[in-house]
Design a protein around this ligand. Structure first.
Ligand SMILES: NC(=O)c1ccc[n+]([C@@H]2O[C@H](COP(=O)([O-])OP(=O)(O)OC[C@H]3O[C@@H](n4cnc5c(N)ncnc54)[C@H](O)[C@@H]3O)[C@@H](O)[C@H]2O)c1
Length: 422
């Protein structure tokens, strides 16, 4: 037990429960385990201080333990006020001496206090999920830049924020866009968000999906996954998009594509996964029918215009955990889940460990890469090195006991030549 570890968590006595759940998650994380075993021998992160702003879940706990096995000194804070699993946080602090600053349900002020506490660790590497560490460093904590070798970023929204900093030529250190690795967004965003968003809404509401009209805003990597899983449960899925090619893809994947205003009239459940602002706005809420449910699985709680909802409603009550009922002047009720925050992390447990295995394997290997090569990099947003991406794919297949074919020398030559035709 390490009661001395600086931290701010809900309840240290939750540590034993957290330990069991972290162990359970580890069973589904073979790639991270293999990396951890190598790290324990080679210590590639020896003495490296890592400030990590991630969802504090059992999977993140396994990442923190892997980094520590590699010799790093990680300190963690939450990347969303509602996503912390308090038992996992307690276990990291009490059993492993890893500083954690995160409490599920923390208010905005505490959220930023915790970000600053994690930054007080004076990182060599920042690990972000949504770019809040980087944004805080660039706005208020410029004194830390001197020690920083580089950073990594976990999600689409974070990468967009970083590219905007880079575009303005204000980014102060190199960052690897972990989200953009194929072994991350093809799987985490699609299968992870797909399954866990449905899981979060089901746990919060216990609705039957079969026969419901489910309106999904955004047909990107996450939206495709949510649509696929909702359809699998028997829902009638409607897609709303702004990108013509993505909308076309949704049509050809067999979904109805409508404008949100049109879909608003008939939808039973609305899910935003765009990374954008006020996707569900005042006029959509006005058009919705009694009983409609709204949930967000995009990174920030900005996709459903909650101030507009508050101003339209004449009454509000919490009817279940994570379900707020808003009553309109005509008696219509709309339901907002989890304050518009990531529903899969707020009301469920986030992505299953098996998919986080790949995302966090990328994080661990990118941290190692940053230590080895960071000094050669410019203050830019970098892709995950190809060798890391394919290594994660290879190890995941191995962990799943799946063997694949390899090209014969003849096939390889054929694919590399231009002379051969029919
Ligand atoms: N819940 C989670 O655990 C989780 C996991 C991964 C990513 N995310 C977050 O989910 C969001 C989406 O990520 P992604 O990887 O799918 O991004 P993406 O860029 O692949 O897809 C976003 C889609 O939303 C569309 N869109 C934008 N504005 C729209 C609007 N007004 N109406 C309809 N569609 C609109 C875009 O055209 C695009 O097709 C991001 O905020 C990302 O950070 C959440």
């Amino acid at each position: 037990m390490s009661a001395k570890t600086a931290s701010d968590i809900r309840d240290p006595s939750l540590a034993p429960a957290g330990e069991l759940r972290i162990e359970w998650a580890a069973r589904e994380m073979p790639v991270l385990r293999l990396i951890g075993e190598r790290f324990a021998k080679e210590k590639p992160l020896k003495g490296i201080r890592i400030s990590a702003c991630l969802h504090i879940t059992t999977e993140t706990a396994n990442l923190a333990l892997t980094l520590k096995a590699g010799g790093a000194e990680p300190a963690l804070c939450a990347s969303n006020p509602l996503s912390t699993q308090d038992d996992a946080a307690a276990c990291l602090v009490m059993e492993h001496g890893i500083p954690v600053f995160a409490i599920k349900g923390e208010d905005n002020e505490t959220y930023y206090k915790h970000i600053n506490a994690a930054l007080n660790h004076s990182p060599h590497i920042t690990m972000d999920d949504g770019a809040d560490l980087v944004a805080s460093i660039h706005k208020d904590r410029g004194e830390l830049v001197g020690d920083i070798i580089g950073g990594t970023e976990e999600t689409t929204t974070g990468v967009i924020r970083l590219r905007s900093l880079e575009h303005e030529k204000r980014l102060k250190y190199p960052i690897i866009a972990v989200n953009d690795a194929q072994t991350k967004h093809f799987f985490d965003n699609r299968y992870g968000t797909g399954q866990s968003t449905i899981d979060g809404i089901t746990r919060a509401t216990n609705i039957l999906w079969a026969g419901k009209q489910v309106v999904i805003c955004g047909y990107g990597w996450c939206g495709r996954g949510v649509a696929m899983r909702a359809r699998g449960l028997g829902a009638h899925v409607v897609i709303c998009e702004v990108e013509p090619v993505r909308a076309l893809e949704a049509v050809m994947d067999g979904y109805r594509v409508l404008s949100l205003l049109e879909a608003a009239r008939t939808g039973d459940i609305f899910i935003t996964v765009t990374g954008g602002l006020n996707i569900i706005d005042r006029e959509h809420m006005q058009a919705m029918k009694d009983g409609a449910i709204m949930a967000n699985s995009g990174h920030f709680n900005a996709e459903i215009n909650i101030p507009a909802l508050e101003s339209l409603a004449v009454g509000k009550k919490q009817i279940r955990a994570f379900v707020e009922q808003y009553t309109f002047p005509d008696g219509k009720n709309l339901f907002l889940l989890a304050e518009g925050r990531l529903i899969n992390l707020a009301a469920a447990e986030g992505h299953p460990a098996s998919v986080m295995d790949m995302s966090f394997a990328n994080q661990a290997l990118c941290a190692e890469y940053m230590v080895k090569r960071g000094k050669e990099l410019k203050p830019k947003v970098y892709p995950v090195p190809e060798e890391v991406d394919s290594e994660v794919g290879r190890l995941k297949l191995r962990g799943m006991g799946i063997a694949i074919d390899t090209l014969t020398p003849e096939q390889k030559k054929y694919l590399e030549s231009w002379e051969l035709g029919t």
